[in-house]
Design a protein around this ligand. Structure first.
Ligand SMILES: Nc1ncnc2c1ncn2[C@@H]1O[C@H](COP(=O)(O)OP(=O)(O)OP(=O)(O)O)[C@@H](O)[C@H]1O
Ligand SMILES: [Mg+2]
Length: 306
């Protein structure tokens, strides 16, 4: 059996084992939460209030109130241009809002720089991967470590001050390469990787800071089906390990199979949120988004026939 076939086999097996402990915990935590935009969650890790971002006359994001439950896979869906990526940019410190505040793990981090937010444990990946093509896979992953003593100008020449940390980072990066099945690419330039491998690389890099909240912007886009299954497995495993995940995704099969909670954006606003089953039946979601895509009932009947 080839490595790829083995992988697919393993993923199939996982599917037949039913919901994981992490999925059951998430469902239990969200059990009494109503499917209403802006609804409070029992234990939110991220809370956004009045977050608005305007570009000239265009309001890209206008989120009144949004809470993300800790320990869940929360999917962000919505049509192109709905403001999903801009919302990611704002809360992760890569862009500045026109107004609004948000807190991470109970701490107000509005206006903080991205590296400080990352250090606190909220890390994001980008819709278009940002791998550095002329660095090796290992070097790219090691870049994820924040707070590197060797980066400071006065410390850089004093190798004894940071060599230990460098060693630790390298060891951690090696473990992550192993976890994301990239060890064979360790010393290759990132430029030689496939799009899917680069997505894995980005996830591995984000994991360097041991995040408690991982925000993934279309992690499966451009990834081949076998690798998609493997990525989904990784995302679920992270949630099962207690990492909270927010992901932007367009593939409704993916959303329905892995999300504990779904938030739908349209024209910058949260127009609906709920369990996947609430969302697939939501009139506002169907009108704004699903109606324009392959219908969900088609998906369901295909599954039934399979
Ligand atoms: N830097 C910018 N300058 C001007 N307009 C921007 C900028 N960034 C985003 N926009 C606009 O803001 C709106 C929201 O864009 P955003 O990229 O957040 O949408 P999205 O939901 O991520 O879409 P997609 O599903 O296509 O990735 C769009 O109308 C976009 O053109
Ligand atoms: Mg986007």
């Amino acid at each position: 059996m080839s490595q790829r076939e083995e992988l697919i086999d393993a993923e199939q097996e996982l599917k037949h084992q039913g919901p994981s402990a992490g999925a059951l915990r998430a469902a239990e935590a969200l059990r009494d939460v109503a499917a209403v935009p802006g609804v409070a969650k029992p234990d939110p890790i991220l809370v956004a209030d009045g977050v608005v971002r305007q570009f000239g006359g265009l309001t890209a994001v206008d989120v009144d109130h949004l809470e993300v439950q800790r320990g869940t896979i929360t999917a962000l869906i919505g049509p192109n241009g709905a403001g999903k990526s801009t919302f990611f940019n704002l809360v992760s410190g890569f862009d500045t809002p026109t107004s609004g505040t948000w807190s991470f793990d109970g701490k107000d981090v509005s206006g903080w720089a991205a590296y400080r937010i990352a250090r606190l444990g909220m890390v994001r990946t980008f819709q278009l991967t940002k791998a550095l093509m002329r660095l090796t896979t290992l070097e790219n992953v090691m870049l994820g470590a924040t707070d590197q003593a060797g980066e400071s100008l006065w410390r850089a020449p004093l190798r004894f001050l940071w060599a230990g940390q460098e060693r630790e980072n390298r060891a951690r990066a090696e473990v992550l390469l192993e976890r994301f099945r990239l060890t064979h690419m360790r010393d290759e330039f990132a430029g030689t990787m496939s799009g899917g491998q680069r997505k894995l690389l980005e996830m591995a890099r984000a994991m360097m800071v041991d995040p408690s909240l991982l925000m993934l912007d279309e992690p499966m886009a451009g990834v081949n089906p076998a690798l998609t299954q493997s990525l989904l497995g990784h995302i679920q495993a992270l949630r099962d390990d207690g990492v909270s995940i927010v992901l932007v995704e367009h593939d409704m099969d993916v959303i329905m199979s892995i999300s504990d909670w779904v938030v739908c954006f349209a024209e910058g606003k949260v127009i609906a949120e709920g369990r996947p089953d609430d969302i697939r039946r939501d009139r506002a979601v169907i009108d704004a988004y699903l109606g324009t895509r392959r219908s969900l009932s088609d998906d369901a009947s295909e599954e039934d026939q399979a």
